[in-house]
Design a protein around this ligand. Structure first.
Ligand code: ZN
Length: 135
């Protein structure tokens, strides 16, 4: 079952240049920064109540984030729904005709299990499921 919007993923050119906006202009608390090699990104997590904001900076030209920024510029990249059953959630989406990017969850930031749905099937919002991990 979907429990909440876990985080909103935002593609940025530079964590260093965008972190001060969230800290100073919005007054949000930076929880941590972390490199996720499997996704070729550096991430920064901010707290917004129960939901987090995940800034994503590409670490390689091959990173999906580099490609996203080349095409769209900086902006909202994905919405992540927290679930207590990521496998069941993927099965439900697949059974409803949605193509999966990840048939099996992979390990993402914070040691969470994460999986993405194919954006062609999600009406304009790249959708992530996540479960477990430290927050
Ligand atoms: Zn995410």
């Amino acid at each position: 079952m979907i429990q909440k919007v876990d985080h909103i993923g935002i593609a940025v050119r530079s964590l260093e240049e965008s972190i001060p906006y969230y800290e100073n202009a919005l007054g949000m608390k930076l929880l941590k920064t972390e490199e996720v090699e499997s996704q070729m990104v550096k991430t920064a997590f901010f707290e917004a109540g129960e939901t987090h904001v995940e800034l994503l900076e590409a670490t390689s030209e091959e990173s999906p984030i580099a490609k996203f920024i080349a095409k769209n510029g900086e902006g909202i990249h994905h919405v992540a729904f927290g679930t207590d059953d990521i496998t069941g959630q993927l099965k439900q989406a697949a059974d409803a005709g949605v193509r999966l990017i990840h048939e099996v969850p992979m390990v993402g930031a914070g040691g969470k299990q994460v999986a993405f749905l194919h954006p062609k099937f999600t009406h304009g919002v790249l959708t992530e499921f996540c479960s477990g991990g430290e927050h």
